[in-house]
Every structure is written in C-alpha cells, then in structure tokens.
Write a protein that binds this ligand. Structure first.
Ligand code: KG4
Ligand code: ZN
Length: 347
C-alpha cells in the first residue's frame, strides 16, 4: 500500500489531500481546499494575487490535510504535485514546497499534469469509473474529449477551437451581469428560463458530419457567446436574463452531449467519465445520462468537491505515476502549458 500526499496550486485553490491504496483500490484519507474568494471582486483570477495567497496558505493547508488523515510526514511514501498546466507563479508555490518537503523527508516526488488529475478524480467518487472509458474534461481553461484505453493512455479526439466550456459560461455570466464565476449562476437562473424563447445555433453538430471530419469531435463556443451578446443588447436584460441563460446553456449542453455520445459510440465504450468544474452542472449530467442510455453507456459525474480543482485528484493520478515507477528529479519545474503525458492526437 502506498500513501501519497497531493498538492494543487495551479489556479485559485490551495489544496492538499492524503490518499492510500494500491492500483484502483484507493481510500481518500483527507482533502482540504482553500478557495481564494478575492478574485470575484476583479471578475477573474489575478495571477499575482493568486501566487501570494498560495504562499500564505500552503503550509497550514498541508498540515491540516495530514492532521485530518491522522498522519505525519513520517507516514507518507510519496508526494504528488501539480506542475502543469496553470499559472506559473501559482504552480511554482506548490512545486517548490513539494520538492523542499520531499527532500527534507527523503520522499520521492512526482509532477502531475492537472488535466490527468481531472481524468482520475471521478474514480474517487465512483470506483467503477475506471478505464476503458470516454472522458469529457470541461473546466475554465480546457475542453478535452478523450478516449481512455487504460490509465496513462489517452487518445485526444477533440477539443474546443476557441473558448473553453467553462470560459464560455463565465463570459456569458459576465454579460448577463452575474457574479464570477458565472457557471453555477447560469445553471441556477436557467431553471426559470423559457427554453423556447431563444434557440442559439449548435456549432459543428450537423448530422452529415462523419468520423474523420476535422469537426466531428471538435467544439466551438465563442459563436454561442456572441449570439447571446447580440440578443442581450437588444432586450430588457432584467426581463429576459433567465431565458438567455436557458438558451445559452441548452446550446452548450446539446453540443457537449452530441460530441461525447459520438465518441462513446465510435469506440464502443460503456462508461463515460466527466471531469472539471463544468461537470458540476446537474442539467448537463442529466441530459447526457439520458442520451448515453440509448447506447447502453453509463455516465459518471464527480461530486462538486472533486469536479472543481482539488488535490485528491492529483494524489490519485500521482499514485498511478508512482506505482508506474516514475520519480521527478529535484529540478522539476512548473509549466504554463504541457501536453498530458501519454496522450496521442487523433487529428
Ligand atoms: O475545474 P475548475 O474548478 O477550474 C479550472 O481548472 O478551470 O473549473 C472552473 C469552471 C468555471 O468556469 C465555472 O464557471 C465552471 O467551472 N462551473 C460551472 C458550474 N460550476 C462550476 N459551469 C457550469 N455549471 C456549473 N454548475
Ligand atoms: Zn481544473
């Protein structure tokens, strides 16, 4: 059995977690997440503020995670830390701290790709969410549709050509006058919206598309956002905010559902795994679950705590990497962008 401390500081959450286990038999012993509310004042994450906040939070957050797990560093076998992608200054806080702690305690350290963390995170809620599966990762910065043959082997099927799904939610939230981040607020008010008032185009979902076409799996959200902006400019926003949110969300959900359905059907997958903050959206999960039932595939959506950024998913991916024999050198660095290890492109 291996005990792993995970550390995540890629954006505006300082998080630490302890897991123990072997292969897919894993127990989460603790998870601490400190969110930096300050960014909501600025309508987005301010990188320099994020780095400074991580600096003051990192030590108490790790100590708290160890305490909740009833462990000390002497009980650990390894440390896993997010080293890409994200805000470099923010990532460096976690990476430097993890390396120093590992060096001082004589522990191995491994760098984890944040998006690989999201691929693993859902399995902590649902032990059946293991490969092979279709994965849809939808966060504020990324939108990736993957076929996962086994842990560590990821085939990139498609992604966004412009805005990430979460980014589109946040931008539309802003133009509807909702607080940042917009995603949860749009979902909330869309429940009261009239689905027939606004029907925005669903980009790249034509029926005559075939596997092999460049846009069969790819997605685009900026056109929907522009359509919402144009509609919002010509209307009484207070009267139609809910309807606009509903029209927007329906268009995004239908696009994501269609692309994911195509991927699961083409690879004959019976499991589909969602990851990333947008996976908190219940309307999305319900719609997708119903559609996937047509091909007998089951949907696994993470709980909100594991969908948004957290260190448990980093520790889980790190456990896999450690068990595969990986060790990072002490010059492990942070990178703003980096391909997911083991990912091959299909186009
Ligand atoms: O994965 P995450 O916590 O951070 C990134 O790595 O980006 O994702 C944050 C994103 C934000 O864009 C936020 O608006 C979106 O997840 N989000 C949602 C919902 N909850 C969070 N989007 C749609 N519906 C939600 N209920
Ligand atoms: Zn994330």
């Amino acid at each position: 059995m291996t005990r792993v401390l995970g550390i995540e500081t890629s954006c505006d959450e300082t998080s630490a977690a302890v897991l123990e286990g072997r292969a897919d038999d894993v127990t989460q012993r603790s998870l601490v997440i400190l969110s930096q509310d300050v960014h909501s004042i600025f309508g987005g994450v301010v990188p320099e503020i994020a780095s400074r906040a991580h600096l003051t939070a990192i030590v108490p957050v790790v100590e708290r995670a160890l305490h909740e797990a009833s462990m000390t560093t002497a009980d650990l076998d390894a440390i896993a830390v997010t080293h890409a992608p994200g805000l470099v200054g923010a990532l460096l806080v976690g990476v430097s701290y993890a390396k120093a702690l590992a060096f001082s305690r004589g522990l191995p350290v491994v760098g984890v790709h944040h998006m690989e963390g999201h691929i693993f995170g859902t399995s902590l809620d649902h032990p059946e969410a293991v490969p092979p599966f279709t994965a849809l990762l939808i966060s504020g910065g990324h939108t990736l549709l993957l076929d996962v043959e086994s842990w560590g082997h990821y085939r990139l099927l498609g992604g966004t050509r412009d805005d990430a799904a979460g980014e589109a939610f946040d931008k539309v939230g802003k133009l509807l006058g909702l607080p940042y981040p917009g995603g949860p607020h749009i979902e909330r008010i869309a429940r009261h919206g009239n689905p027939d008032r606004y029907r925005f185009a669903r980009p790249m979902t034509r029926r005559d598309q075939k596997p092999g076409d460049g846009d069969y799996f790819d997605m685009s959200f900026s056109g929907i956002k522009t359509a919402v902006r144009n509609a919002a400019q010509g209307c009484d926003l207070d009267a139609e905010r809910n309807d606009l949110a509903r029209g927007f969300q329906d268009a995004v959900i239908e696009t994501l559902t269609e692309k994911t359905f195509r991927a699961a059907r083409m690879f004959g997958r019976t499991r589909v795994v969602l990851g990333g903050g947008v996976a908190c959206n219940r309307t999305l999960a319900d719609t997708m679950r119903a559609k996937l039932a047509e091909i007998g595939a089951q949907l696994f959506a993470p709980s909100p705590r594991l969908a948004t950024d957290n260190a448990a998913m980093i520790a889980r991916a790190g456990l896999f990497r450690i068990e595969s024999g990986e060790r990072a050198p002490l010059h492990l660095n942070a990178y703003a962008s980096l391909p997911i290890p083991g990912m091959v492109g299909a186009h």
